[in-house]
Design a protein around this ligand. Structure first.
Ligand code: PEP
Ligand code: MN
Length: 340
């Protein structure tokens, strides 16, 4: 941490800050400048923050030097990108691109198996599908629950595709953990810290979606909640954020992809479907994500979107998905990646 004094701060005020800092055991370094004095505090930043130095006479501001996220950061122990292996599929590491695809929601056995085969034949590496759905309206279809998880397990057994599905509530942790290959934490739960800790304890990879109105720093601190449980297998997911722009469902923060690649070692996945809200925009967004260096995309696909119980307008038609996958794969190749 760095404590910047006001230009008029006197020697006694500087000394008072130094004495207070020393009570925490941090290493203190006074750096007099032409106009102001800065005081460096090297050590535990949390303890320095707790001192409330901003309220002391002569203090202008207290500035953090290191990043607030520790385990997700690429600046400390982890410089190399993390490579995950999920049922034989490689995610992260910089040379592969994963295509996760499937319905928004498991509606029936037939619907899920049909779309699972479609995406598998088109080269998808994982199947997505919600059994427990977070819905804005409490009266909307909330998913089939355990029955939906069983359908997903059957789809995995038939197609060999590992399953990505959302854990919505701590109460369902065991049953979701048993059925899923990857635990999805939805955007609305990114800051549900109790759920993040439980997800970290399930021993399965976690796909953590960025909150609707969360910064990338907050996303990485949320990832730290999972990582601190000893679970190193975390994928970050940019899925669009809320801005003043309402033409698209959310605003896809495409620059979050290279920014995250710079600041974290974790794989970065993009969800173009929920950002776009309109299937005509999903492919360009997926191609942009691939070209920007994402480690994969997670896309909603439905054989009959007009009949879908959730998110039909953004679902790519099953019949279009092979061509979609090909074009997105070509953009991943621009970024030096192969579909895996
Ligand atoms: C989903 O992937 O089905 C979903 C609800 O996404 P999000 O949490 O990003 O809204
Ligand atoms: Mn959806």
């Amino acid at each position: 941490m760095m404590v910047v004094m006001t230009p008029g701060a006197g020697e006694s005020q500087i000394q008072a800050v130094v004495s207070k800092l020393e009570t925490t055991g941090v290493h203190v370094l006074v750096m007099p400048g032409k106009l102001t004095t800065a005081i460096g505090a090297i050590g535990d930043p949390e303890r320095v923050l707790e001192l409330g130095l901003e309220g002391m006479a002569g203090v202008d501001r207290v500035v953090p030097i290191s990043r607030p996220y520790k385990l997700a950061s690429s600046e400390l122990a982890h410089h190399e990108p993390t490579r995950l292996e999920i049922a034989g599929r490689r995610v992260g590491g910089g040379d592969t691109f994963c295509l996760i695809a499937g319905p928004c929601t498991v509606e029936s056995r037939e619907q899920t198996l049909a779309v699972a085969w479609t995406v598998r034949k088109a080269g998808a590496s994982m199947l997505r599908g919600g059994a427990f759905k977070p819905r804005t309206s409490p009266f909307a279809f909330k998913g089939l629950g355990l029955e939906g998880l069983k359908v997903l397990a059957e789809a995995r057994a038939e197609t060999g595709l590992p399953v990505v599905t959302e854990l919505l509530d701590v109460a369902d942790a065991d049953v979701v953990g048993e059925h899923a290959d990857v635990i999805q934490i939805g955007a609305r739960n990114m800051q549900n810290y109790a759920l993040l800790e439980i997800a970290g304890q399930l021993g399965k990879p976690v796909l953590l979606k960025r909150g609707l109105s969360s910064t990338v720093d907050e996303l990485l601190m949320a990832a730290d909640y999972v990582l601190k449980e000893g679970n190193e297998a975390v994928m970050l997911c940019e899925r669009g954020i809320r801005t003043f722009e309402v033409a698209t469902r959310f605003t896809l923060d495409i620059l979050a992809v290279p920014w995250l690649k710079l600041h974290t070692h974790l794989p970065v996945i993009v969800d173009p479907s929920h950002a776009a809200g309109d299937r005509r925009l999903v492919e360009p967004a997926a191609c942009a994500a691939a070209a920007a260096g994402a480690d994969g995309v997670i896309v909603e696909v439905h054989e009959d979107p007009e009949a879908a119980l959730c998110d039909g307008p953004q679902a790519v038609y099953g019949r279009d998905f092979a061509a979609f996958a090909k074009r997105v794969g070509a953009h991943a190749a621009i970024a030096g990646r192969v579909l895996a």
